[in-house]
Design a protein around this ligand. Structure first.
Ligand code: NAI
Length: 464
């Protein structure tokens, strides 16, 4: 039985909200978490990170079985795609993860208040008509898809990332609007399953925000994989003809439009903070020009006792950023001090190969006038990468020209998202590139590419 009075009520059970709720409960607070979806875990577990990673992995395996197995001396006698089976696998992964959070809530005695939460006073949350009192209210309502003006998302022909995770058949022609993280991840899935994928990106390169050299290499590799990239181009209209979709695509700077036909269009042009029906105006919580809840360095809003974390506030819209904020906020509410170094939040794109980044890019260092050294090493020169047939890409380490402190690391290559962890940890401890280079790395591993890139900062790489 849910009580009506809590120390903390968290609104939203995504990675920010559920982690904050669990940590607060661990610290002895009486906690409830409001969630209107039928399952816990928010966008990440239900319709984001987890289902997309299940499809990315399954489609990589399909593609490998189809086109690479013969190279390893494995004859399959023909590989067939069972899309419904693949979707079932994805759903089972989502189910296990969301049930896992339900179990963790029970274990930690966090009450799940089922329904939509609305803040009706500075210490009252109303959930479907019932009022609950809280000393602290945490807004962790996340983000929602940003559409394009005049383009209606029907989740069938014109889909958001949510619809792109449950297409009933492989489209023949698929257009992805936006060459960002979602566009490249989900575009890759459907390309590997057999669709002709065209990505239309407004900027002159895909993967905005990543290091320039990595972006170029990514474009080269995706093109080699058969994805068509139309950069410096914008979609101005999308028409559903009943038989498919017709898109008007113009050069970004204006000019003659061309028409592209597609069976499915994925709109992946970003996400926006989600605060619908939350009652923020009523209690006077301030938001910025992009609708994000304004907080101070300790996640406090302008209203006493109301806090916000995750996608709904400023910063990268990443599950692990939200999780860290959830933990730090719970500890602050417990009277502890907490701090997050936002420069050390890694970003990963789970394409094949993966792209990962931490710290500053070369462009940012140049803009800031910081003198730096570069160490680069290709996966092609790594024995393990060759043995597992994953030789695309490179690691790039940027270190301060004088102190040798690592300022950034950018990876495109197999397991980049896992490999970056070593560098995040090194940077967290203020390591120099020499510290990484002198650390023993097991052989044969992909991690040796990190060591070689660190050695290369001083031109001391061994295997090139
Ligand atoms: P994004 O911000 O990563 O990329 C959107 C892209 O669309 C940009 O490159 C932008 O230039 C382009 N664009 C905008 N308007 C356009 C137009 N009219 N025509 C053509 N191109 C246009 O946004 P995305 O991919 O939708 O992802 C949303 C959020 O979700 C991001 O913050 C991302 O970090 C997060 N996310 C993270 C993942 C990860 O960590 N692996 C996976 C999926 C999403």
């Amino acid at each position: 039985m849910a009580s009506t009075s809590y120390d903390v009520i968290v609104i939203g059970s995504g990675p920010g909200g559920y982690v904050c709720a669990i940590r607060a409960a661990q610290l002895g607070m009486k906690v409830a978490c409001v969630e209107k979806r039928d399952t816990l875990g928010g966008t990440c577990l239900n319709i984001g990170c987890i289902p997309s990673k299940a499809l990315l992995s399954a489609s990589e395996k399909y593609h490998e079985a189809e086109s690479e197995f013969a190279k390893y001396g494995i004859s399959t006698g023909g590989v067939k795609l069972d899309l419904a089976g693949m979707m079932q696998y994805k759903d089972s992964v989502v189910d296990a993860n969301t049930k896992g959070i339900e179990f963790l809530f029970k274990k930690n005695k966090v009450d799940w208040l089922k329904g939509a939460g609305k803040i009706t006073a500075k210490n009252i949350v109303e959930v479907d008509g019932t009022k609950y009192e809280a000393k602290h209210i945490v807004i962790a309502t996340g983000s929602d898809v940003s559409g394009l003006p005049g383009i209606e998302i029907d989740e069938e022909c014109v889909v958001s990332s949510e619809g792109a995770l449950k297409l009933g058949k492989v489209p023949k022609e698929m257009v992805v609007i936006g060459g960002g993280v979602i566009g490249m991840e989900l575009g890759s899935v459907w390309s590997r399953l057999g669709a002709n994928v065209t990505v239309v990106e407004y900027m002159d390169q895909i993967l905005l925000g990543m290091d320039g050299e990595i972006r170029k290499e990514a474009a080269k590799i995706f093109k080699k994989q058969g994805v068509t990239l139309k950069t410096s181009a914008k979609v101005t209209a999308v028409k559903n003809t009943g038989k498919g979709v017709e898109l008007s695509v113009e050069p970004a700077q204006g000019g003659t439009a061309e028409t592209i036909k597609a069976d499915v269009v994925l709109v992946a042009v970003g996400r926006k903070a989600y605060t619908d029906s939350l009652g923020l105006d009523g209690v006077g919580v301030e938001t910025d020009e992009r609708g994000r809840v304004i907080t101070d360095g300790h996640f406090k809003t302008n209203v006493e006792g109301i806090y916000a974390i995750g996608d709904v506030i400023a910063g990268p819209m990443l599950a692990h950023k939200a999780e860290d904020e959830g933990v730090v906020l719970a500890e602050i509410l417990d009277g502890q001090s907490g701090h997050i170094d936002y420069n050390l939040i890694p970003g990963v794109v789970y394409t094949y190969p993966e792209v990962a980044s931490v710290g500053q890019t070369e462009e940012q260092l140049k803009d800031a006038g910081i003198k730096y050294k570069v160490g680069k090493f290709p996966f092609m020169a790594n024995g393990r990468a060759r043995a597992i047939n994953m030789t695309d890409g490179f690691v790039k380490i940027l270190a301060d020209a004088k102190s040798d402190k690592v300022l950034g690391c950018h990876i495109i290559g197999a397991e980049a998202g896992t490999l970056i962890g070593e560098v995040v940890m090194a940077m967290e401890f203020g390591a120099s590139s020499e510290d990484i280079a002198r650390t023993c790395h097991a052989h044969p591993t992909l991690q040796e590419v990190i060591k070689e890139a660190a050695l290369a900062v001083e031109g001391n790489q061994i295997h090139m």
